[in-house]
Design a protein around this ligand. Structure first.
Ligand code: ZN
Length: 250
């Protein structure tokens, strides 16, 4: 078998990143250690949860589950230096890529004015034969479109000052990054912040418990992904990202 291709280090010359994902726990299954690294560098990172993951625990009805999962996500975020967690309260499990979702996400981009927007893998698979989950695909595709929408004053104009809203257009997003993509070309060294990433995943205790995976260990699971990625970057542990440039010339 051929050796996997080397990965390039991610550009870290930015100040603000907004992470937009479908569910509480999505960041923690791939990117929390990277977030800990960046907040440790003094960068601002915010989280936007499109749903509250209320359909994620089989034994808990959505009405009861929502508050549990939101609280776990807020704790989990704090562990990696993230104090702003927005919940958009869309229905878990049935998200659709379309104008309604783009409108919500464009408002988030205009509100937080990030240099980089991060989402999860939205390719069809994770690299093997297991298909990705529908909400992940819908959100990732909507994120890329919403970043462009956010910069266009003629799209979702009702969000803007003077037209009924209180936001301004924001065209400053340089790149969208999708963590965990099977087509990742880049990675970030998470060796020094790996423990924070593990703790951040472990904060989703009710969710992990609800999965009912006997003897599942968060550290072992995350290491299983981070070690091979680290080898491709030339470090001990790393997180992989696919990079989508948001200009038109690349
Ligand atoms: Zn998810």
């Amino acid at each position: 078998m051929d050796r996997p291709a080397p990965l390039e280090p991610l550009d870290e010359t930015w100040e603000r990143a907004l992470c937009i994902v479908a569910h509480p726990d999505d960041m923690e299954f791939g990117a929390a250690a990277a977030v800990a690294r960046w907040t440790g560098q003094g960068k601002w990172v915010g989280y936007t949860m499109v749903t509250s993951g209320e359909a994620g625990i089989d034994a808990l009805a959505p009405g009861d589950c929502r508050a549990v999962r939101e609280a776990e996500q807020v704790d989990s975020a704090r562990i990696v230096g993230v104090d702003v967690v927005d919940f958009l309260h869309q229905a878990d499990g049935v998200l659709e890529h379309g104008v309604a979702l783009r409108r919500l996400l464009a408002a988030e981009v205009r509100r937080h004015r990030p240099d980089v927007v991060i989402t999860g893998n939205f390719r069809e698979t994770w690299g093997g034969r297991n298909l990705n989950q529908a909400d992940h695909v819908a959100v990732g595709r909507a994120v890329v479109d919403a970043v462009r929408d956010a910069g266009n004053r003629w799209v979702f104009g009702e969000q803007l000052t003077g037209q009924g809203g209180e936001l301004e257009p924001w065209g400053g997003v340089r790149e969208v990054w999708a963590f965990g993509s099977p087509e990742s070309t880049h990675a970030v060294d998470t060796t020094d912040t790996f423990d924070a990433g593990v703790a951040s995943l472990e904060a989703h205790a009710a969710y992990i418990d609800g999965l009912g995976w006997a003897d599942w260990d968060a550290r072992e699971f995350l290491e299983g992904m981070a070690r091979p990625t680290g080898q491709r970057l030339g470090v001990a542990l790393a997180a992989p990202f696919e990079v989508f440039p948001m200009g038109w010339g690349d």
